[in-house]
Design a protein around this ligand. Structure first.
Ligand code: KMH
Ligand code: ZN
Length: 271
């Protein structure tokens, strides 16, 4: 099996400091958290940013400050800004971090219920994101919350809007969307093109079992406060690094090597 890429989704848009006081929010906190997660074994940092009140924002300047802080502090992992932002944001708001030309960014592959809200990603919006990312040479992480989202991504491939290596993130367990289970993971992985890579993000208590399945299946895994704030039932995680370190230990026990940032770049075809 190829080496395993561990993504740390360190902040997200929905979690608050009230949920877990260890949540990083400011550019400096995000940079320090990213470095710790990388040192623990993460080779991708998926990042959202917040405004001064801690509310989700996609502001270009805040992303710029955060990415610069990560660089200054010595983060060498692939930094992957979100283009999903938070429910209700417009395309223009969401697309701002793309202008910073990161190595990767998320590309959400379809509309889904998201808790009480609706996370809108219609095909025209997806096309706009794909075109921008293609023009800037950004590798999209194709976020699929439902099986139909995989077909939307494949339509972008057919239409020539996605080229080169395909990397999917199968997100399972968002309230209102596809349930988190091994059966559903297997089903969705079987829909992917043969040479694509995939990672799985299980929400809440599903994070750990699905990441463990990914170790065994030859997939990759995402952990972090965006998806899960607990280390164990009733015990808050003290950092994203703690969640990453557990997957590294499990991977080692199960004979799967963990990729460094440069090895992750190679696996993903990032030049
Ligand atoms: N916050 C969710 C509504 C992404 O990062 O691209 C969307 C999200 C997906 O987190
Ligand atoms: Zn996200």
């Amino acid at each position: 099996m190829e080496k395993m890429i561990i993504t740390a989704a360190i902040c997200g848009a929905e979690v608050t400091k009230e949920d877990n006081p260890n949540l990083p929010i400011t550019p400096r906190e995000l940079a320090e958290e990213a470095l710790k997660a990388e040192k623990a074994g993460a080779s991708i940092i998926h990042v959202h940013v917040r405004d001064r009140e801690g509310k989700p924002t996609q502001a270009h300047d805040v992303y710029q400050e955060t990415l610069q802080a990560m660089k200054d502090i010595g983060v060498t992992a692939i930094v992957q800004p979100s283009t999903g932002g938070a429910v209700g944001m417009t395309f223009e708001e969401r697309a701002q971090p793309v202008e910073l030309k990161p190595e990767m960014a998320t590309l959400d592959c379809g509309t889904t219920n998201f808790g009480d809200g609706v996370f809108v990603n219609d095909l025209p919006m997806m096309r706009q994101f794909a075109k921008k990312m293609k023009a800037y040479g950004i590798l999209p992480e194709l976020e699929c919350f439902e099986p139909g989202h995989i077909y939307n991504a494949l339509k972008l491939v057919k239409d020539g809007l996605l080229e080169g290596h395909l990397h999917f993130d199968i997100v399972l367990g968002v309230p209102g969307a596809m349930k988190a289970s091994l059966k559903n993971l297997l089903f969705m992985v079987e829909l992917l093109p043969q040479d694509a890579t995939w990672t799985v993000a299980g929400v809440g208590r599903h994070e750990l079992p699905l990441a463990t399945h990914a170790i065994l299946m030859g997939g990759h895994a995402r952990v972090g406060f965006e998806d899960n704030i607990f280390y164990q039932k009733g015990v808050l995680a003290d950092s994203n690094a703690q969640l990453v370190a557990r997957i590294v230990r499990l991977a080692e026990e199960l004979g799967r090597e963990v990729a460094t940032p440069d090895e992750a770049r190679e696996i993903l075809g990032i030049r």
